[in-house]
Design a protein around this ligand. Structure first.
Ligand SMILES: NC(=O)c1ccc[n+]([C@@H]2O[C@H](COP(=O)([O-])OP(=O)(O)OC[C@H]3O[C@@H](n4cnc5c(N)ncnc54)[C@H](OP(=O)(O)O)[C@@H]3O)[C@@H](O)[C@H]2O)c1
Length: 340
């Protein structure tokens, strides 16, 4: 396959403020796939909350994974979910062809999506349905997949009452729509200026936590499930608004709250269940399910804007500032310089 040996990418060589430590380079080597991998020419990638945590090394565990003092050389390109076309293919890879449109979660290889090309292990590849655009498809492997996994754990039946916290975010936007598609009544917690968007995704009731304590405001309601993507307060508070047999599923938020639920959630007394997201269904299976729901017009990724690669640091900053509603997508074909 003929292509230039260098590619454009956003790299971070140090930990810190994304707008200071991330830079656009044009001389990254295009990686070569081994026999079980493919090389994907990326069309779109999506920006995730985890990008900011990693660049800032907010938690010590990030330094243990990405490099103690500096991010290690092989882990300097973030971008955890991609959609693109196969450019080169390892000799053991079966069932895929050069030129085919694919989608992948590349967290296990520490990212690589903020670049023109990325290596993907064949077992992480999912074919992109034609009806789903590349822009839509790249929002699915992380946000859509996590939402699907969380809603599966919520075990929703038609008519159930579900509360989504962090409703305006990437995962929340999918969570609301998937729960609605399963026939649930959805109440959604978000901030004032995002309420309109959240309503447009199908939420039946909006609880504005900027105006009043959201849990206090909901006392008297009984939810079958709470789907929490912004667990920044004690999860135990949800006990008062959960049914006796209700389920609380923590998808994201404060790392230590998540750890607490992972370690101690199962020891809670009573029949309410408190759990953190666990991968009970394979990631690729969930990705396929969500892609199919989009292809069938049952849900629609909430894309706030599509940006060129060089704006990734600014987009991560916007996520940190909480000025994003839904997802930001990076289009690798936007403003790519002539020699690529
Ligand atoms: N385990 C997994 O596989 C997985 C996958 C994806 C995401 N996650 C985690 O799930 C969480 C949500 O992800 P996301 O992509 O939906 O993030 P996001 O797009 O940034 O959305 C998070 C939402 O939470 C709300 N929020 C409330 N309090 C907040 C606070 N103190 N700080 C920040 N946001 C706050 C914000 O809405 P308002 O502005 O309306 O308050 C924001 O829209 C993250 O922690 C992420 O790491 C986990």
């Amino acid at each position: 396959m003929q292509h230039s040996k260098l590619m454009r990418a956003i790299v971070f060589r140090d930990y810190g403020d994304p707008q200071k430590v991330m830079e656009l380079v044009e001389d990254c080597k295009i990686p070569k796939p081994n026999k079980n991998e493919v090389l994907v020419k990326i069309k779109c990638a999506s920006v995730n909350a985890a990008d900011g945590y990693i660049v800032r090394a907010n938690y010590f565990i990030i330094r243990m994974v990405f490099g103690l003092f500096k991010p290690s050389k092989k882990k300097r390109i973030l971008g955890m979910d991609i959609a693109g076309t196969i450019r080169d293919i390892g000799k053991n890879v079966k069932g895929f062809q050069v030129g085919e449109a694919v989608v992948a979660d590349i967290r296990k290889s520490f990212g690589g999506g903020y670049a023109q090309y990325a290596i993907v292990h064949a077992k992480h590849l999912v074919k992109k349905p034609e009806e789903v655009s590349f822009e839509q498809a790249c929002t699915v492997p992380i946000s859509g997949q996590a939402a699907m996994m969380g809603i599966i754990l919520c075990d929703i039946k038609p008519g159930d009452k579900v509360l989504v916290n962090g409703a305006s975010g990437g995962v929340g936007s999918f969570g609301i729509q998937i729960a609605k598609a399963q026939g649930a009544y959805v109440a959604a917690i978000c901030s004032t200026n995002k309420a309109e968007a959240v309503k447009s995704w199908g939420a039946d009731k909006i609880v504005d936590y900027k105006k009043k304590d959201s849990i206090k405001a909901l006392i008297g309601n009984e939810f079958d499930a709470v789907f929490d993507t912004a667990s920044f307060q004690c999860s135990g508070r949800y006990k008062q608004i959960l049914k006796k047999e209700g389920k609380y599923v923590l998808v994201g938020g404060d790392f230590y709250n998540m750890l607490k639920i992972k370690l101690f959630g199962r020891f809670r007394r009573g029949s309410q269940k408190f759990m953190a997201l666990t991968q009970k269904v394979e990631v690729t299976t969930n990705i396929k399910t969500v892609l199919k729901m989009i292809a069938d017009n049952k849900i629609k990724p909430a894309i706030q804007k599509v940006i060129p690669l060089q704006n990734v640091p600014e987009a991560i900053h916007s996520l940190e500032q909480r000025s994003v509603v839904g997802k930001i997508v990076v289009d690798l074909n936007k403003e790519v310089s002539a020699h690529f």
